[in-house]
Design a protein around this ligand. Structure first.
Ligand SMILES: *Cc1c(COP(=O)(O)O)cnc(C)c1O
Length: 354
C-alpha cells in the first residue's frame, strides 16, 4: 500500500470551469478539469508535489524534451458508480508501466507514494467532473518531460511529472477499417515499442494519414523485419477470433503491454473461451477471412475499451468482417465495464477505490 497522506501543496481555482462544459458533447481529450498535479525533479530528487489550477507551463525553448523527445506518458480512467463512489482500474499497473517506460528513456523513476497520493488527492478535487453512467469517465493522463535547458544530446538533469484530466464519454469511433502494415513499422527489436514513449505516437501520424487517405482509420502494425506477423494497433492491442478461438500476439519489446489486453486474456479464461497467445501471421488471417472462419477482429485499450473492426486491407486484398449478434467484443466490453463501474463482482481485484 502507498502512503496517501504525504504532503502535497494544494492551491485551488477560485471558480470551477465545469459550468462551461457540455458533458453531452465532449470531444475526446479536448477539455481539461480545473486542476493539475505537478512534481519537479531537480538535483537528483523529486521535489514536494503540488496540485494547482490547470494552466500553461513556462518552459525554456532549449528544454531537452523539445529536441530529443525524452518524454513518456500513461492513459487511465476514473469511473463513478451509482452511489457516487469513485474507482480507478488497475492503477498499479499504470504506475509500474510509466516507470518501465521512464527507465527505457533514461528518466528517473517516480515514487509510488507521490503517484498515488497525487492521483487520489487530485481526483477528490475533481469529483464533480466524473459523471455517472456507463460510458462516462474521467480520462487521466500522467506524463513526464525533460525540462533541463541544454541542447546537447544526452539525458536531462531535470524533469516535470504531471497529471492532467479530461472528461470523456463513451468513445465510438464509427466503423473502423484497418490496413495491415506492409512497409512502415511502429517499433523494432531492441527499440522502445513496449514503452509509452512520446515519439512512438508522433511517428505513426504520417503512415496513418496515408491510410486515412485510402479510407482506413487505423493501421495494424506488423513486425518490422518481415511484415508477416500481426502485432498491434497504434494505441490498442489486437485480437482475432478464428472459429471460436481468440488469437493475440505475445508481448515483446515491440509491443505495448496493455492492461486491457491482460484483462481480455483473463476474461477469456474465466468464460471458457479458447485463447492462444502466439504469433499471428498475416497469411493465416487472410486465409481465415477467405474461408469464412475469421469472425472478429477487435482492438483493446483504455480509451475505447474494446473497439470492433469492420474490415481490413492487405496488399490490395480487401476483406469485410461479418456482423455478429453475440460477438466476443461485446461480451468482453460488457464484462469489463461492469467491473469498472462497480456493477458486477471484481474477482481479480482490478477495482481501486479512491
Ligand atoms: C496504451 C496502448 C495500448 C493499450 O494499453 P492499455 O493499458 O490497455 O490502455 C496498446 N498499444 C499501444 C501502442 C498503446 O500505447
Amino acid at each position: 500500500m502507498s502512503d496517501l497522506s504525504i504532503d502535497i501543496k494544494i492551491s485551488k481555482v477560485s471558480e470551477s470551469n465545469i459550468k462551461n462544459v457540455d458533458f453531452n458533447d465532449l470531444t475526446f481529450g479536448k477539455v481539461f478539469t480545473d486542476h493539475m498535479f505537478v512534481c519537479d525533479y531537480v538535483d537528483g530528487v523529486w521535489q514536494t508535489p503540488e496540485i494547482m489550477p490547470y494552466q500553461p507551463l513556462t518552459i525554456a525553448p532549449s528544454a531537452r524534451v523539445f529536441h530529443y523527445g525524452q518524454a513518456v506518458f500513461e492513459g487511465m480512467k476514473a469511473f463513478k458508480d451509482e452511489d457516487d463512489q469513485i474507482w480507478l482500474f488497475r492503477p498499479e499497473d499504470n504506475f509500474n508501466r510509466i516507470n518501465k517506460s521512464s527507465h527505457r528513456m533514461a528518466i528517473p523513476d517516480f515514487p509510488k507514494d507521490f503517484f498515488f497520493a497525487g492521483l487520489t488527492q487530485l481526483l477528490q478535487l475533481e469529483k464533480e467532473w466524473i459523471q455517472k453512467g456507463k460510458g462516462n469517465s474521467l480520462y487521466i493522463r500522467p506524463f513526464v518531460i525533460a525540462t533541463e535547458e541544454a541542447i546537447s544530446a544526452s539525458p536531462s538533469n531535470s524533469y516535470k511529472f504531471m497529471i492532467i484530466c479530461s472528461p470523456a464519454q463513451s468513445y465510438y469511433a464509427g466503423e473502423v477499417k484497418v490496413l495491415f502494415a506492409e512497409k512502415f513499422s511502429r517499433a523494432a527489436d531492441g527499440g522502445v515499442g513496449f514503452a509509452k514513449a512520446a515519439g512512438n505516437y508522433g511517428a505513426q501520424f504520417y503512415p496513418t494519414s496515408l491510410a486515412h487517405a485510402k479510407g482506413y482509420q487505423q493501421i495494424i502494425w506488423t513486425d518490422a523485419n518481415s511484415h508477416e506477423y500481426l502485432e498491434e494497433a497504434g494505441t490498442m492491442n489486437i485480437f482475432f477470433r478464428v472459429g471460436d478461438t481468440l488469437l493475440t500476439a505475445p508481448n515483446n519489446d515491440r509491443i505495448l503491454d496493455g492492461i486491457t489486453r491482460k484483462c481480455v486474456i483473463q476474461l477469456a479464461k474465466d468464460n471458457d473461451i479458447d485463447i492462444e497467445v502466439r504469433r499471428v501471421t498475416v497469411a493465416e488471417i487472410k486465409e481465415a477471412a477467405k474461408n469464412g472462419t475469421l469472425k472478429e477482429i477487435f482492438g483493446a485499450g483504455t480509451a475505447a475499451v474494446i473497439n470492433p473492426i469492420a474490415g481490413f486491407e492487405h496488399a490490395g486484398d480487401e476483406f469485410e468482417l461479418p456482423k455478429l449478434e453475440n460477438s466476443y467484443a461485446s461480451l468482453f466490453k460488457e464484462k469489463l465495464t461492469n467491473i469498472q463501474y462497480n456493477v458486477s463482482e471484481d474477482p481479480h481485484g482490478w477495482r481501486y477505490k479512491v
